[in-house]
Design a protein around this ligand. Sequence first.
Ligand SMILES: CC(C)(COP(=O)(O)OP(=O)(O)OC[C@H]1O[C@@H](n2cnc3c(N)ncnc32)[C@H](O)[C@@H]1OP(=O)(O)O)[C@@H](O)C(=O)NCCC(=O)NCCS
Length: 132
Amino acid sequence: MEVKWRGPLDDAELVELVHSHGGRAEPGWWDRIRLHSLGWVTAREDDGTLVGFANVAWDGGDHAFLLDPKTRGDRQRTGVGTQVVALAAEQAKAAGCEWLHVDFDEELAPFYLDACGFTPTPAGLIRLAERG
Ligand SMILES: CC(C)(COP(=O)(O)OP(=O)(O)OC[C@H]1O[C@@H](n2cnc3c(N)ncnc32)[C@H](O)[C@@H]1OP(=O)(O)O)[C@@H](O)C(=O)NCCC(=O)NCCS
């Protein structure tokens, strides 16, 4: 497996990756958001198949944000996600960021806190779509 920063990646591959783990994909999503990305990580098998992805957004300064890590359905729990996040953190640091943020559902705490090394911290969120 090869894990790369800002490697080639097209929208159709991401749609297929999301379908592979039973997610709901939105065609055009990657083409739309990649312009706002500090960088992204791809993990590919030797035959080129995309098995892992994560996006890193940023504020242009100290803060980077880990978004949308995804591992191919039949490759989950084989260490792909951990390697993808490790490279995302390494490259955010190389870009001069001091902090890498993430938020997640409670059930994924073992992945983010134990496997990837994030520290729990108070944080806040507003669901803007439901705000009057
Ligand atoms: C979350 C996700 C990216 C993890 O990727 P992964 O490649 O399976 O993770 P790893 O194999 O590196 O997992 C390392 C460890 O993290 C923990 N972990 C991983 N997935 C977990 C899960 N779903 N529930 C609880 N712990 C989990 C385990 O301790 C695991 O070690 P183990 O397999 O020896 O028990 C993957 O489950 C995924 O793509 N999910 C669907 C999309 C999604 O929900 N993304 C996150 C959005 S916040």
